[in-house]
Design a binder for this molecule. Structure first.
Ligand code: 5GP
Length: 131
């Protein structure tokens, strides 16, 4: 079955896109733990991240690194935390979450409610900081 993330890649469902290339796609998490919480996914649909073949797996993490560096530049935070969970959406994805303390990356936390304008502003800031 086609995952919701494939629909996002194909623009059938809107997203606050950060970046894409031939193999990878990054967009803001719709229920963010923090401003700048981003999901990085491979375009090829695979559920378990550890089932991704090596070259694509390495590429995914290198793509995520580029996005994390951009987030660090424009979102005030100590670090960008990186987490893989994948219990909700069966399409491998890396969470990049700006954090100041360990509690900022607690997925049980109440998620932020951001307006469309806030999402767009955050996405634009990150996009412009990508090198
Ligand atoms: P996980 O599978 O790692 O447990 O969590 C999936 C993540 O995807 C959640 O943080 C959730 O907010 C995010 N998510 C689920 N559906 C959508 C969607 O349609 N758009 C966006 N941008 N994020 C989504």
């Amino acid at each position: 079955m086609t995952s919701i993330f494939v629909k996002i890649i194909n623009n059938e469902i809107p997203s606050y896109k950060i970046a894409e290339d031939d193999n990878y796609f990054a967009f803001l998490d719709i229920n963010p733990l923090a401003e700048g919480h981003t999901l990085v996914i491979p375009k090829k649909e695979t559920d378990n991240i550890f089932d991704i073949e090596d070259e694509n797996y390495k590429g995914l993490f290198l793509f995520a690194k580029k996005i994390a560096k951009a987030i660090e530049k424009v979102i005030p935070c100590k670090k960008v935390g990186i987490v893989v969970i994948g219990l909700e959406v069966p399409h491998a994805h890396i969470h990049l979450v700006p954090i100041n303390t360990i509690y900022d990356i607690d997925f049980k936390k109440t998620k932020l409610k951001l307006s469309e304008i806030q999402f767009l502003e955050i996405a634009n800031k990150i996009k412009q900081a990508i090198q």
